[in-house]
Every structure is written in structure tokens, then in C-alpha cells.
Write a protein of this length. Structure first.
Ligand code: GUN
Length: 292
């Protein structure tokens, strides 16, 4: 059994990005510039955005954080988006989700210039991804593909079972893994809250991607010998043992499942560190105008 070390791979990719940035700057180019809009004070969102800003510094990007209060109107938020769309110094930007209930997330996402949509959430990027055209691929699915690639995991002809059908993870990773590509060429099954007998699908899987947000959903008796398990879960559980006051729990009962696996990602230290690094890679692509 091999524990996939997302933290180590992320450090390796970080070094590759630093090298690229140094080369761009040495040739007289400008530093890539990522902006983030953060609405309100949700603990999870604050942590994620702080991580993104910190990683920008570490790889030599410029970053800008636009903070808005929870009572911002949809029109005011749209104006921030339009400003970033029109600002030539900004290569890419994200609007951290979730947004307050009175704002339509879809309306905001669709207002983002798809050429600056480094989250890959805009329908143009989602549509292009689904037909295999160059586009910004959202960070978590991109991070999963990168882990499969860097561990040389064979995917062709494998049966991949995806638990969860979210727009951010389940749907895009299902599309990507069925694509005629490496990683890809999988036979994909997507399971969700209405699926009957999920255990049977899982027992028939070569690769399981758990992205449902239910801590320890995938148990040892649901996984066959030699399976590859990717855990996308990041539920924050209050804990008195950590400095942050939270403990991250994955969707996989690691102690039970790991002994049966050929490869498995831990939580924390698996997919998580890859997500931010994929956003940095997308920002670099945006700055270099590689895609659009
Ligand atoms: N909220 C949870 N994950 C993400 C993400 O990848 N991007 C944005 N913008 N918001 C999120």
C-alpha cells in the first residue's frame, strides 16, 4: 500500500512554478497576479483564501484580496467582478464560494471573464472541458489528475467510481476521467445520494474518488483488494487537540480502507495541498496566455 503524498508533490510543483516565475521576471515580464474576492467571515473560506494568498507569496505571484461584508448587494459584487475583468494587471481571479443566500452564485460566476476564470467554474470553461478543448480546469479535479500522473497510476480501461455529483468535484472529475487521455480512458460510474446499493458499485471499482462530504463514509467492507482510493473530503470537526480548534475529516475510514488499497490519499496531506497549487498553475497559464 502506498500513501500518496500530496504535500510533497505540491512542494515539488511549487518549485517548478517558482522557476517559471523567475524566468518570466528575468526576461522582463511581469509577475503573475491573482485576485480573490472574499464575502463575509466564514471560517472555512477565510482559511482557504488565506492559504491562497500565502501560496501566491511563496511562488512569487502578486495577489490582491478584496474583502466584502456579508450584506453586500449582488450589484455591488458584480461591480467588483467587472472591475477585475477590466483590470489589465490582474491575470486571473476567484470569487470564494459559498456566497450569502441573497446573491446568485451562478450570476456571479457567469459575470467573470472566462479568460480570467482560474477556478474553471464559468460555463465556457466547463463546456470546453467536457469536449476536451484547452480550458481552465477547476483546481480539485486538476489536483487529482496531477496526483494520478505523478504516481504513474494506470487509468486506461479501469472502472472508476465517483461518490458525489457536485459541480466543483464530482461532475468535472467524471468528465475528465472518461476523456480519451492520460489520466483518463476510464469507465466511470457516478454515485450520489439517490444511488441504490452504493457498496456494490464500490466493490466493483478499481478507483474510488470520494467527494460527498460525509466523514468516513467509505468503509473497509466497501473496497476491494488493490483498489486506488482518492479522498476529497474535508469536513471540519471541532477539536480541542488542534491549534485551529478544528480537525479535518475525510470521506474515507482511512484505518479500515488503507490496508486493502494499492494507493490511497490521506486527509490531511492528500488532495488538499494539490488544490491550491492547481490554482497557482492556472494563474500561471492565465499570465502566460497559454489557453486564451
Ligand atoms: N469554495 C470551496 N472550494 C472552492 C474553490 O475551489 N473555489 C472557490 N472560489 N470557492 C470554493
Amino acid at each position: 500500500m502506498i500513501i500518496i503524498d500530496g504535500k510533497a508533490i505540491a512542494i515539488q510543483i511549487k518549485k517548478e512554478i517558482v522557476g517559471e516565475v523567475n524566468r518570466i521576471v528575468a526576461e522582463g515580464g511581469k509577475r503573475p497576479h491573482l485576485a480573490a474576492i472574499l464575502v463575509g467571515h466564514d471560517g472555512g473560506s477565510e482559511t482557504y483564501v488565506a492559504g491562497k494568498v500565502k501560496t501566491c507569496e511563496e511562488v512569487g505571484f502578486k495577489s490582491s484580496l478584496i474583502r466584502c461584508e456579508n450584506n453586500i448587494t449582488e450589484t455591488e459584487l458584480l461591480n467588483h467582478v467587472i472591475e477585475l475583468n477590466n483590470n489589465p494587471d490582474i491575470d486571473g481571479f476567484i470569487v470564494q464560494l459559498p456566497l450569502p443566500k441573497h446573491i446568485s452564485e451562478q450570476k456571479i460566476i457567469e459575470a467573470i471573464d472566462y479568460q480570467k476564470d482560474v477556478d474553471g467554474f464559468h460555463p465556457v470553461n466547463v463546456g470546453r472541458m467536457s469536449i476536451g478543448l484547452p480550458c481552465f480546469v477547476s483546481a480539485t479535479p486538476a489536483g487529482i489528475l496531477e496526483l494520478l500522473k505523478r504516481y504513474n497510476i494506470e487509468t486506461s480501461g479501469k472502472h472508476c467510481v465517483i461518490l458525489g455529483r457536485s459541480n466543483i468535484v464530482g461532475k468535472p472529475i467524471s468528465t475528465l476521467l472518461m476523456q480519451k487521455a492520460y489520466p483518463g480512458d476510464c469507465t466511470v460510474t457516478v454515485c450520489h445520494s439517490r444511488t441504490k446499493d452504493i457498496k456494490n458499485y464500490c466493490l466493483n471499482a478499481d478507483i474510488i474518488i470520494a467527494a460527498i462530504g460525509v466523514p468516513e463514509f467509505l468503509r473497509g467492507n466497501m473496497v476491494r483488494e488493490g483498489a486506488i482510493v482518492i479522498d476529497v473530503g474535508t469536513t471540519r470537526i471541532p477539536s480541542s487537540e488542534t491549534r485551529s480548534g478544528f480537525q479535518l475529516k475525510g470521506d474515507v475510514a482511512f484505518e479500515e480502507v488503507a490496508p486493502k488499497c494499492s494507493f490511497i490519499t490521506p486527509v490531511p496531506g492528500g488532495v488538499g495541498p494539490m488544490t491550491i497549487i492547481s490554482l497557482m498553475k492556472n494563474t500561471l497559464l492565465a499570465a502566460k496566455k497559454t489557453i486564451y
